[in-house]
Design a protein around this ligand. Structure first.
Ligand SMILES: C[S@@+](CC[C@H](N)C(=O)[O-])C[C@H]1O[C@@H](n2cnc3c(N)ncnc32)[C@H](O)[C@@H]1O
Length: 285
């Protein structure tokens, strides 16, 4: 079915101010069949007495929602605006066991928090794809503690990438699920969950989709299109299904436990030198 574009409304949406959490939530419906939410999953893992860390906590929503389930929660983020939202929301919710700190993930090992946390997690935040950030997080996780990573998947916004060429991942030979899983395994995590999670979203009109997409473009630093950019029309034409605009949301989940011994092939500062197997069965490579 063809949707007509109202260029004045499109221009008005593009002229709004866009940020990851700012603005009004665009109208859409989501088909979440067989799509568990990371926040709900994490909620099922928290237990009384636990000390938990959210890396790239954003507005703190997950810690705040589940604060009553654990003893102490810390959220770190490198964006002061996000932390301000988190602090305000936590105060409004009346929580007393949460704190939020302005911190880069790479600064975790120098905080004196070795083995402090029972669970460390990120929801589309700064660790998962490579060793450096995973090792930083592992340095503060206790042995046998749980590590959970939700990362953006290859199919995420594939419809946008087809038309606009922007998106988180391009022509990678390796799938994000494999990349995150292997990076975690290499760094001493016994992987228990490795899953592709795919949701479909349906926007009732082009402006609702555009408002959402602008928040992503603004956050990722991609330029916004001009109101008369023909790609907006092409995108709408290609992705309209029964009167709604359909997009794909894809994340991967990789979760597991911190093993007592590092794998033989990795030299990682989070394991004491005398426990590294170095010249062991696998050797170093
Ligand atoms: C996609 S947002 C997700 C936020 C939050 N987890 C949520 O689900 O709403 C990613 C967050 O990671 C934060 N972030 C990105 N790089 C970071 C880094 N190197 N160190 C700490 N936080 C970082 C961003 O500021 C942002 O708040």
């Amino acid at each position: 079915m063809h949707m007509t574009l109202d260029l004045n409304r499109i221009a008005a949406v593009l002229a709004e101010s866009h940020s990851y959490y700012g603005g009004r939530e665009p109208g859409y419906r989501a088909d979440r069949r067989m799509t568990p939410g990371a926040r709900d999953f994490l909620g099922s893992q928290f237990q009384a007495g636990m000390v938990v860390l959210d890396v790239g906590c954003g507005n703190g929503g997950t810690l705040i929602e589940h604060a009553s389930k654990f003893a102490e929660g810390l959220g770190i983020d490198n964006d002061p605006a996000h932390l301000a939202l988190a602090g305000k929301a936590a105060a409004e919710a009346g929580t007393t066991n949460l704190s939020f700190r302005l911190l880069e993930v790479d600064q975790l090992p120098s905080q004196g928090w070795a083995d402090r946390f029972d669970i460390v997690f990120t929801e589309r935040g700064p660790f998962g794809y490579e060793s450096r950030s995973i090792q930083a997080v592992m340095s503060v996780l206790r042995t046998d503690g749980l590590i959970f990573c939700e990362a953006i998947g290859d199919l995420h916004h594939q419809e946008v990438r087809e038309v606009f060429g922007t998106g988180p991942r391009f022509n990678q030979a390796i799938r994000s699920l494999d990349q995150v899983r292997v990076a975690m395994e290499r760094n001493g995590i016994g992987v228990r969950v490795a899953a592709d999670i795919i949701t479909k979203r349906y926007y009732p009109d082009p402006c609702e989709w555009l408002r959402f997409q602008c928040s992503i473009w603004a956050w990722s630093g991609a330029p916004l299109p001009a109101p008369d950019d023909p790609r907006i029309g092409w995108f709408v034409e290609r992705n309209t299904v029964s009167g709604e605009i359909e997009t794909t949301h894809h994340v991967v989940w990789v979760a597991g436990v911190k093993l007592p011994e590092p794998p033989g092939y990795v030299e990682s500062p989070y394991f004491p030198a005398d426990r590294r197997s170095g010249s062991g069965r696998h050797g170093r490579c």
